[in-house]
Write a protein that binds this ligand. Structure first.
Ligand SMILES: [Cu+2]
Length: 292
Protein backbone atom coordinates (compact mmCIF):
# COMPACT_ATOMS: atom_id res chain seq x y z
CA UNK A 1 0.00 0.00 0.00
CA UNK A 2 1.45 3.31 -1.07
CA UNK A 3 -0.01 6.61 -0.14
CA UNK A 4 1.10 10.10 -0.90
CA UNK A 5 1.50 12.15 2.25
CA UNK A 6 1.06 15.85 2.83
CA UNK A 7 3.71 18.32 1.83
CA UNK A 8 4.11 19.55 5.40
CA UNK A 9 5.02 16.11 6.66
CA UNK A 10 7.43 15.60 3.80
CA UNK A 11 9.43 18.78 4.14
CA UNK A 12 11.62 17.49 6.95
CA UNK A 13 11.87 13.94 5.67
CA UNK A 14 13.07 14.84 2.20
CA UNK A 15 16.46 15.92 3.55
CA UNK A 16 17.03 12.45 4.94
CA UNK A 17 16.05 10.78 1.71
CA UNK A 18 18.45 12.89 -0.36
CA UNK A 19 21.30 11.93 1.97
CA UNK A 20 20.52 8.21 1.80
CA UNK A 21 23.26 5.99 0.36
CA UNK A 22 21.14 4.88 -2.57
CA UNK A 23 21.16 8.41 -3.90
CA UNK A 24 24.67 9.52 -2.95
CA UNK A 25 27.05 9.71 -5.87
CA UNK A 26 30.81 10.05 -6.02
CA UNK A 27 31.65 13.48 -7.33
CA UNK A 28 34.57 15.89 -7.46
CA UNK A 29 34.68 18.60 -4.78
CA UNK A 30 35.20 21.07 -7.60
CA UNK A 31 33.97 20.03 -11.03
CA UNK A 32 34.73 23.10 -13.15
CA UNK A 33 37.88 23.65 -15.23
CA UNK A 34 38.83 24.61 -18.78
CA UNK A 35 40.99 23.35 -21.67
CA UNK A 36 44.66 24.17 -20.97
CA UNK A 37 44.10 24.55 -17.23
CA UNK A 38 45.58 22.65 -14.33
CA UNK A 39 42.97 20.79 -12.29
CA UNK A 40 43.12 19.28 -8.82
CA UNK A 41 40.57 16.50 -8.63
CA UNK A 42 39.34 15.71 -5.13
CA UNK A 43 37.12 12.64 -5.04
CA UNK A 44 34.86 12.24 -2.04
CA UNK A 45 33.82 8.71 -1.15
CA UNK A 46 30.06 8.82 -0.61
CA UNK A 47 29.92 5.58 1.41
CA UNK A 48 31.25 2.03 1.43
CA UNK A 49 29.84 -0.85 -0.58
CA UNK A 50 26.68 -1.91 1.22
CA UNK A 51 28.24 -1.72 4.65
CA UNK A 52 31.72 -3.03 3.81
CA UNK A 53 34.76 -0.75 4.10
CA UNK A 54 36.37 0.58 0.93
CA UNK A 55 39.85 -0.88 0.34
CA UNK A 56 40.68 0.23 -3.21
CA UNK A 57 39.95 3.30 -5.33
CA UNK A 58 40.97 3.14 -9.00
CA UNK A 59 40.67 6.15 -11.29
CA UNK A 60 40.97 5.69 -15.07
CA UNK A 61 42.03 9.00 -16.54
CA UNK A 62 40.42 10.39 -19.70
CA UNK A 63 42.36 11.15 -22.89
CA UNK A 64 43.91 14.60 -22.82
CA UNK A 65 44.42 14.75 -19.04
CA UNK A 66 48.23 15.00 -18.75
CA UNK A 67 51.11 15.82 -16.38
CA UNK A 68 49.32 13.83 -13.69
CA UNK A 69 50.49 13.41 -10.14
CA UNK A 70 48.52 11.64 -7.46
CA UNK A 71 48.59 12.44 -3.76
CA UNK A 72 49.74 9.62 -1.48
CA UNK A 73 47.66 8.72 1.56
CA UNK A 74 48.92 7.32 4.86
CA UNK A 75 48.12 3.62 5.12
CA UNK A 76 47.48 3.25 1.38
CA UNK A 77 49.68 2.00 -1.49
CA UNK A 78 49.70 4.36 -4.47
CA UNK A 79 50.31 3.12 -8.00
CA UNK A 80 50.08 5.06 -11.26
CA UNK A 81 50.33 2.59 -14.16
CA UNK A 82 50.52 3.98 -17.68
CA UNK A 83 52.28 3.90 -21.03
CA UNK A 84 54.85 6.16 -22.74
CA UNK A 85 55.38 8.13 -19.55
CA UNK A 86 51.69 9.04 -19.39
CA UNK A 87 49.74 8.06 -16.32
CA UNK A 88 46.69 6.05 -17.35
CA UNK A 89 45.32 5.05 -13.98
CA UNK A 90 45.67 6.03 -10.35
CA UNK A 91 45.18 3.23 -7.83
CA UNK A 92 45.03 3.64 -4.07
CA UNK A 93 44.84 0.23 -2.38
CA UNK A 94 45.36 -1.55 0.91
CA UNK A 95 43.57 0.95 3.13
CA UNK A 96 40.18 0.86 4.77
CA UNK A 97 37.53 3.56 4.80
CA UNK A 98 34.55 2.57 6.93
CA UNK A 99 31.07 2.71 5.40
CA UNK A 100 30.29 5.99 7.13
CA UNK A 101 33.68 7.61 6.42
CA UNK A 102 33.95 10.48 3.98
CA UNK A 103 37.60 10.16 2.98
CA UNK A 104 38.97 12.10 0.01
CA UNK A 105 41.40 10.98 -2.72
CA UNK A 106 43.19 13.68 -4.70
CA UNK A 107 45.31 14.14 -7.80
CA UNK A 108 46.46 16.96 -10.04
CA UNK A 109 46.81 17.14 -13.82
CA UNK A 110 46.29 19.43 -16.79
CA UNK A 111 43.52 19.34 -19.38
CA UNK A 112 45.03 19.57 -22.88
CA UNK A 113 44.37 22.87 -24.65
CA UNK A 114 42.66 21.18 -27.60
CA UNK A 115 39.94 19.45 -25.58
CA UNK A 116 36.36 20.49 -26.38
CA UNK A 117 34.48 22.61 -23.85
CA UNK A 118 32.30 19.74 -22.69
CA UNK A 119 32.04 17.48 -19.67
CA UNK A 120 35.00 15.13 -19.23
CA UNK A 121 34.23 11.90 -17.38
CA UNK A 122 36.68 10.10 -15.10
CA UNK A 123 35.87 6.41 -14.55
CA UNK A 124 36.24 5.45 -10.90
CA UNK A 125 36.03 1.99 -9.36
CA UNK A 126 35.43 1.81 -5.63
CA UNK A 127 36.18 -1.65 -4.26
CA UNK A 128 35.31 -3.27 -0.95
CA UNK A 129 36.73 -6.78 -1.02
CA UNK A 130 34.95 -8.59 -3.84
CA UNK A 131 32.35 -5.87 -4.33
CA UNK A 132 33.00 -3.03 -6.77
CA UNK A 133 31.01 0.11 -7.42
CA UNK A 134 31.44 2.10 -10.63
CA UNK A 135 31.25 5.89 -10.72
CA UNK A 136 31.55 8.46 -13.47
CA UNK A 137 32.32 11.82 -11.86
CA UNK A 138 32.66 14.53 -14.49
CA UNK A 139 34.49 17.82 -14.84
CA UNK A 140 32.91 20.55 -16.95
CA UNK A 141 35.36 22.33 -19.25
CA UNK A 142 32.69 24.73 -20.52
CA UNK A 143 31.63 28.07 -19.15
CA UNK A 144 28.60 28.30 -16.96
CA UNK A 145 25.63 28.54 -19.35
CA UNK A 146 25.97 31.89 -21.09
CA UNK A 147 22.36 32.11 -22.22
CA UNK A 148 20.21 32.20 -19.14
CA UNK A 149 17.04 32.02 -21.21
CA UNK A 150 13.78 33.09 -19.68
CA UNK A 151 13.60 34.90 -16.40
CA UNK A 152 12.63 32.58 -13.59
CA UNK A 153 9.64 34.69 -12.57
CA UNK A 154 7.95 34.81 -15.96
CA UNK A 155 5.01 32.78 -17.14
CA UNK A 156 5.97 30.61 -20.08
CA UNK A 157 3.33 29.20 -22.39
CA UNK A 158 3.80 26.12 -24.52
CA UNK A 159 0.75 24.71 -26.27
CA UNK A 160 -2.05 24.59 -23.71
CA UNK A 161 0.37 24.66 -20.77
CA UNK A 162 1.37 27.59 -18.62
CA UNK A 163 4.55 27.27 -16.57
CA UNK A 164 5.19 29.56 -13.62
CA UNK A 165 7.37 29.85 -10.54
CA UNK A 166 10.30 27.78 -11.82
CA UNK A 167 12.97 27.57 -9.18
CA UNK A 168 15.67 25.45 -7.64
CA UNK A 169 17.50 25.65 -4.36
CA UNK A 170 21.19 26.32 -3.97
CA UNK A 171 23.22 23.20 -3.25
CA UNK A 172 25.89 22.64 -0.65
CA UNK A 173 29.40 22.38 -2.15
CA UNK A 174 29.56 18.57 -2.33
CA UNK A 175 25.92 17.78 -3.00
CA UNK A 176 25.61 15.21 -5.80
CA UNK A 177 21.95 15.91 -6.53
CA UNK A 178 19.63 18.89 -6.71
CA UNK A 179 15.91 19.44 -6.91
CA UNK A 180 14.00 21.59 -9.41
CA UNK A 181 10.44 22.90 -9.13
CA UNK A 182 7.82 24.48 -11.36
CA UNK A 183 4.05 24.89 -11.48
CA UNK A 184 2.26 23.65 -14.61
CA UNK A 185 -1.32 24.60 -15.48
CA UNK A 186 -3.11 22.80 -18.28
CA UNK A 187 -5.65 25.20 -19.84
CA UNK A 188 -6.58 22.72 -22.55
CA UNK A 189 -9.25 20.06 -22.94
CA UNK A 190 -6.85 17.13 -23.04
CA UNK A 191 -4.52 15.72 -20.45
CA UNK A 192 -0.82 16.13 -21.15
CA UNK A 193 2.21 14.47 -19.61
CA UNK A 194 5.65 15.65 -18.56
CA UNK A 195 7.64 12.75 -19.96
CA UNK A 196 11.25 13.84 -19.43
CA UNK A 197 13.63 16.69 -18.71
CA UNK A 198 17.16 17.55 -19.77
CA UNK A 199 19.75 20.00 -18.48
CA UNK A 200 23.38 20.86 -19.10
CA UNK A 201 23.84 20.63 -15.33
CA UNK A 202 23.08 16.91 -15.15
CA UNK A 203 23.43 13.84 -17.36
CA UNK A 204 20.21 12.47 -15.89
CA UNK A 205 17.27 14.63 -14.83
CA UNK A 206 14.55 12.44 -13.33
CA UNK A 207 10.97 13.14 -12.34
CA UNK A 208 10.36 12.07 -8.75
CA UNK A 209 7.53 11.82 -6.29
CA UNK A 210 7.67 11.44 -2.55
CA UNK A 211 5.71 8.57 -1.08
CA UNK A 212 5.51 6.52 2.08
CA UNK A 213 6.22 2.84 1.45
CA UNK A 214 5.89 0.54 4.46
CA UNK A 215 6.06 3.58 6.75
CA UNK A 216 9.35 4.70 5.23
CA UNK A 217 9.60 7.98 3.35
CA UNK A 218 11.04 7.46 -0.09
CA UNK A 219 11.48 9.42 -3.25
CA UNK A 220 10.72 7.42 -6.33
CA UNK A 221 11.26 8.01 -9.99
CA UNK A 222 8.10 8.23 -12.10
CA UNK A 223 9.21 6.23 -15.13
CA UNK A 224 6.02 7.10 -17.03
CA UNK A 225 6.43 10.78 -16.26
CA UNK A 226 3.88 13.04 -14.65
CA UNK A 227 0.32 13.53 -15.88
CA UNK A 228 -0.99 17.11 -16.18
CA UNK A 229 -4.79 16.61 -16.20
CA UNK A 230 -6.94 18.85 -18.39
CA UNK A 231 -7.93 22.08 -16.63
CA UNK A 232 -5.76 21.37 -13.60
CA UNK A 233 -2.59 22.72 -12.03
CA UNK A 234 0.22 20.44 -10.94
CA UNK A 235 2.81 21.91 -8.59
CA UNK A 236 6.31 20.56 -8.21
CA UNK A 237 7.51 21.77 -4.81
CA UNK A 238 10.00 20.89 -2.06
CA UNK A 239 8.84 17.80 -0.19
CA UNK A 240 6.57 16.67 -3.01
CA UNK A 241 6.85 16.17 -6.74
CA UNK A 242 10.17 17.39 -8.08
CA UNK A 243 12.71 17.21 -10.84
CA UNK A 244 15.83 15.50 -9.56
CA UNK A 245 19.14 16.51 -11.12
CA UNK A 246 21.39 13.48 -10.63
CA UNK A 247 25.19 13.76 -10.41
CA UNK A 248 25.20 17.52 -11.00
CA UNK A 249 28.20 18.88 -12.89
CA UNK A 250 28.33 22.14 -10.94
CA UNK A 251 26.74 23.46 -7.75
CA UNK A 252 23.50 25.41 -8.00
CA UNK A 253 24.45 28.93 -6.93
CA UNK A 254 21.97 31.33 -5.34
CA UNK A 255 21.06 34.17 -7.70
CA UNK A 256 22.00 32.26 -10.85
CA UNK A 257 19.71 30.22 -13.07
CA UNK A 258 19.74 26.59 -14.17
CA UNK A 259 18.33 25.83 -17.63
CA UNK A 260 16.16 22.78 -18.07
CA UNK A 261 14.26 21.57 -21.11
CA UNK A 262 10.93 19.97 -20.28
CA UNK A 263 9.46 17.50 -22.74
CA UNK A 264 5.67 17.19 -22.78
CA UNK A 265 3.85 14.48 -24.68
CA UNK A 266 1.46 16.87 -26.44
CA UNK A 267 2.76 20.40 -25.91
CA UNK A 268 6.29 19.46 -26.94
CA UNK A 269 9.59 20.82 -25.63
CA UNK A 270 10.16 24.04 -23.76
CA UNK A 271 13.30 25.40 -22.13
CA UNK A 272 12.82 27.18 -18.83
CA UNK A 273 15.25 28.72 -16.37
CA UNK A 274 15.10 27.72 -12.73
CA UNK A 275 15.89 30.71 -10.52
CA UNK A 276 18.25 29.42 -7.84
CA UNK A 277 17.15 30.46 -4.38
CA UNK A 278 18.92 30.16 -1.05
CA UNK A 279 19.56 26.70 0.35
CA UNK A 280 16.36 25.59 2.08
CA UNK A 281 14.11 28.16 0.37
CA UNK A 282 10.45 27.23 0.00
CA UNK A 283 9.94 28.96 -3.33
CA UNK A 284 7.03 30.93 -1.87
CA UNK A 285 9.07 34.08 -1.29
CA UNK A 286 8.70 36.34 -4.30
CA UNK A 287 10.76 39.21 -2.90
CA UNK A 288 13.46 38.43 -5.47
CA UNK A 289 11.13 39.78 -8.16
CA UNK A 290 10.27 43.09 -6.50
CA UNK A 291 10.60 45.96 -8.93
CA UNK A 292 10.54 43.56 -11.84
CU1 LIG B 1 14.28 12.97 -5.90
Amino acid sequence: MIRTVSRVALAAASVIAIASPALAHMTFETAQSAPGEEFRGVLVLPHGCDGAPTDTVRVTLPQGFVDVSAEAKDGWTLETPGTDGQVGQIVWSGGAVPDDGHETFAFTGTFAGDLPETDIVFAVEQMCGDVALGWEPAVSLGDAPADHGHHGGDTITVGDLELTGAFARATLPNAPVAGGYVTVTNTGEDADRLVSAQSSFSPDVQIHEMAVVNDVMQMRQLPEGLEIPAGETVTLAPGGLHMMFMNISAPFVEGETVPVTLVFEKAGEVEIALAVQAFGASGMDHSAHEGH
